[in-house]
Design a protein around this ligand. Structure first.
Ligand SMILES: [Zn+2]
Ligand SMILES: [Zn+2]
Length: 556
């Protein structure tokens, strides 16, 4: 059965069912020859459950295979969950990249700060601009968000128009950049919108997000009324917040010191792109100690409790230039990304122990989300009136709530999907018609490893129960040529009765060896396996945990 019919399809390769790692593809053509565009190439941050792993990236095997049919990569904005995998993954694709000026400049600054990263040429598109990639006519829609230049994409095709919302909220007074472009979105609704592929992050929160301007007022009050030093931590990429802090500081005669490399990098890009026009130069961190306490605001990285970032080091009293103490005030102008709560609490507790007053969004309006709450989602659906809604950018609960909200708002077709699902948007009823390879890569040191590899599972096991290494040298006749070598790593030194675990392991090795009949001793694999089992069993009986045991048998 041949169906040479053109179809419009969508598939998420990341970001659906998880926070972060956004990567979507749109395809046009018949089943055998589709032409593609990629929207966003983001990362997710790894938690404690992935020891030694910093970042999680989408697996782009499928895109590497389809490379010659892909017209380009469009970046909606410069948040890590949308563009953070570019430096690692772009060299495997080498496709044309399209982004607005701030995103392009930040990508370049990031590349320059990472040794060995190859330059990525970017086609810079003005805000609200239009461009064509094969069968896709793309128009940018400015959206308010928590970083300058967040863009929705109107993707026009011969089979209909799609709104890929990107990250957005409705904020009539966003401090930086234009508010969400209501007129353009209404016009899209008037012309007819086939499908909305949209941000579900805050779909479980009622009402509307407050404005950045409301936050700026609170920050100004808190900075003005502070008796001594003030520290503020926020996402470095939230330039509106950076601006709000700078204006509040200037209003009460304080200088702003930037603490942390990403803060400096983003401030520089924001200057170059005009988003800090009219703001006094920031001061470098080495002047901090020379300024009177009531004349300084330290704008610090580390709002997520990242152990290597500025604020965690300050909280541990281990920062070379910056310290806080009794009477100082530190404001968390941020919210915990799920999974980071413990790290953040460690930083807060460190500061409180030093006598610092810590202010968070628990008691003051010092942070607003950059994502739409329910009333905003409803308003967007009212403007655009899509026939189809595909909830993305969220965990299962967020997407399910977004879908229910859309149905209640009168959207006829809601298509829940998962990473790797290929959704046909047109023609006909939308449905999942296929699956494309999707998965995860881990950034492990400087290498990218497949999440399916054993590396991290091994590491977790070693971290939980340590390891015993045994080496035996056997003669040809099957006797021990020397005393066995036994080493324990990460295992308690003594058992409950006080006997050294190393002796217990050693005895298990020799007893097991001696109990083997001579013919079996000539089979090194059989010897190794018998000893491995015996040592693990012996230790487990005393410890109730089974370490990894590695036995090496050499014939001499
Ligand atoms: Zn974002
Ligand atoms: Zn996002």
């Amino acid at each position: 059965m041949v169906r040479p019919t053109n179809e419009l399809v969508f598939a998420p390769l990341g970001g659906v069912g998880e926070i972060g790692m956004n990567l979507a593809i749109y395809g046009f053509g018949d089943q055998r020859s589709r032409q593609w565009i990629i929207v966003d190439v983001g990362v997710a941050f790894a938690g404690d459950d992935l020891p030694g792993i910093d970042l999680i990236l989408p697996d782009i095997r499928y895109l590497v295979e389809e490379r010659k049919n892909i017209f380009g990569i469009v970046l909606t904005h410069a948040h890590e969950d949308h563009f953070g995998a570019m430096l690692d993954l772009w060299p495997r694709l080498k496709l044309p990249v399209y982004a607005t000026p701030f995103t392009a400049a930040l990508l370049q600054a990031k590349q320059e700060s990472e040794p060995g990263a190859s330059p990525i040429p970017v086609n810079v598109i003005p805000l609200g601009g239009r461009f064509t990639l094969g069968p896709f006519e793309i128009e940018l829609v400015s959206m308010a968000h928590s970083i300058p230049e967040s863009n929705g994409l109107i993707i026009r095709t011969p089979l209909g128009s799609v709104l890929h919302t990107g990250d957005w909220k409705i904020d009539p007074t966003p401090i930086i950049g234009p508010p969400t472009d209501e007129a353009k979105l209404r016009a899209l609704g008037d012309a007819g919108c086939l499908a909305l592929i949209g941000d579900s992050t805050n779909a479980i929160r009622d009402g509307r997000s407050p404005s950045e301007t409301d936050v700026a007022k609170t920050l100004a009050d808190l900075i003005r009324s502070a008796p001594a030093r003030v520290g503020v931590t926020t996402f470095a990429s939230n330039v509106a917040r950076m601006r709000a802090v700078a204006e509040a500081a200037a209003a009460c005669g304080r200088e702003v010191v930037l603490v942390g490399r990403s803060m400096e990098r983003i401030a520089q890009v924001a200057r170059e792109t005009g988003y800090l026009d009219g703001i006094n130069e920031f001061r470098s961190v080495d002047i901090y100690g020379h300024l009177p306490p009531d004349k300084v605001v330290a704008l610090c990285t580390g709002s997520q409790g990242e152990p290597r970032a500025a604020l965690a080091r300050i909280a541990a009293d281990a920062h070379p230039d910056v310290a806080f103490g009794r009477g100082d005030r530190v404001i968390f102008s941020s919210r915990a990304i799920p999974g980071n709560e413990k790290l953040i609490m460690r930083v807060i507790n460190g500061l409180v122990t030093q006598g610092v007053e810590v202010i968070t969004d628990r008691t003051h309006l010092v942070h607003v989300s950059g994502h739409p709450r329910r009333a905003e989602l409803e308003e967007m659906l009212g403007w655009v009136r899509p026939q189809i809604v595909v909830p993305v950018h969220g965990e299962a609960l967020h997407m399910a709530e977004h879908g229910d909200l859309a149905r209640r708002a009168g959207v006829g077709k809601v298509v829940p999907c998962r990473d790797g699902d290929l959704v046909r948007l047109a023609p006909g009823d939308p449905e999942i018609v296929d699956e494309v390879p999707a998965g995860r890569l881990y950034k492990d040191g400087s290498l990218l490893v497949d999440a399916a590899q054993r590396t991290v599972a091994d590491r977790r096991r070693l971290g939980f129960a340590g390891m015993i290494s045994v080496a035996l040298a056997l003669t040809e006749r099957g006797d021990l040529a020397a005393d066995p070598d036994v080493h324990l790593f990460g295992i308690p030194e003594t058992a409950a009765d006080g006997r050294p675990m190393a002796d217990i392991a050693y005895d298990a090795v020799t007893e097991t060896f001696e109990s083997l009949p001579r013919p079996r001793r000539r089979d090194p694999e059989a010897v190794a396996e018998a000893i491995r089992r015996a040592v693990r069993a012996k230790i487990a009986a005393l410890w109730n945990k089974k370490p990894t045991c590695h036995v090496q048998v050499l014939e001499v």
